[in-house]
Design a protein around this ligand. Structure first.
Ligand SMILES: C[S@@+](CC[C@H](N)C(=O)[O-])C[C@H]1O[C@@H](n2cnc3c(N)ncnc32)[C@H](O)[C@@H]1O
Length: 283
């Protein structure tokens, strides 16, 4: 296994040891630092529900165990999927399970290191790993196409707060004191930090933004007026809450930031676009 799976925090080590113990008793032998423990059926279903999986989606499960997440995504939601798993016996078992479920044409399984997996084809990524492993994956996840949904069973992604968290009862949970599992959802945000310059009606206007994960802060400046901008990013869509200035929705596509909808004194600006500045000013 690659070195970065070996640097666990003490908490993660304890969890891994606990999981290994559980896995040793009730499932296949744990082969790696992230042992084989299955997500219960209700957790698997909630992981797919929370991410809104549907036909046309491609789900990649990182460390796919017996294949249950990808198989359910194919069978119930008509999505295609790929499970990558380091343990060859589990890969064979997953392939057999997919055949039994009648979804072998939609659910693919590969014996592969999750860290060497191309994540770009995924519209949804699912994982039941460990906190440090989630953190190691975070840079690659943040570089994915905006709008890609990420679902994690139990573990978070450090200071990248989830967009949504739900809790599912797991009465037989063998790890930890909680008899429940957390399901956490993130959506990869567009990268919008920097300076954007107006054109057409908005020539001379500028938008300057800072960004932390799915939140942004900044200003829109036009002539002698400046309007603060602060809100959240959902994939390609930036939204400020409806405050004194009314709600503003911006759509980011590559190097363009378009005012998709606006209220109040910006209402006439709907449809106007800003381009990403090539230097540090718009002139
Ligand atoms: C906790 S289990 C989760 C199984 C399944 N995703 C589920 O939720 O039921 C984690 C799985 O990751 C696999 N795994 C551990 N390290 C891996 C790696 N580097 N690449 C691929 N799979 C790995 C383990 O063999 C194990 O089956």
């Amino acid at each position: 296994m690659q070195a970065n799976l070996r640097h666990f925090t003490p908490l993660a080590s304890i969890f891994a040891a606990a999981l290994a113990l559980v896995a040793g008793h009730s499932h296949a032998q744990p082969t790696e630092e992230v042992p084989f423990v299955t997500s219960p059926d209700n957790v698997t279903l909630e992981m797919l529900n929370i991410s809104g999986v549907k036909k046309g989606d491609h789900v990649i499960d990182l460390g796919s165990g017996d294949g249950r997440i990808v198989i359910l995504a194919a069978k119930r939601f008509e999505a295609t999927g790929l499970g990558v798993e380091i343990d060859p016996r589990l890969v064979e078992q997953s392939k057999a399970n997919a055949r039994d479920a009648g979804v072998a044409d939609k659910a693919e399984f590969r014996e592969q290191d999750l860290f060497k997996t191309d994540l770009a084809p995924a519209s949804v990524i699912t994982m039941y790993l460990l906190p440090d492993v989630n953190l190691s994956l975070r840079p690659a996840i943040l570089a994915l196409k905006p709008g890609t949904r990420i679902v994690s069973h139990d573990w978070d992604m450090g200071d990248w707060a989830p967009d949504r968290t739900t809790v599912v009862d797991v009465p037989n949970k063998a790890v930890g004191r909680e008899k429940s599992s957390k399901i956490l959802l993130w959506t990869v945000p567009a990268k919008v930090a920097g300076l954007w310059c107006g054109a057409g009606l908005f020539r001379g206007a500028s938008i300057r933004l800072t960004q932390k994960y799915q939140t942004f802060d900044g200003t829109l400046a036009f002539r002698d007026r400046t309007r603060p901008l602060k809100g959240t990013i959902n994939g390609n869509e930036l939204r400020t809450p409806a405050g004194d200035n009314g709600e503003l929705v911006l759509q980011a596509t590559g190097d363009a930031l378009r005012i998709a909808s606006a209220q109040g004194n910006l209402a006439l600006a709907q449809g106007q676009s800003f381009r990403r500045a090539t230097g540090d000013s718009c002139s």
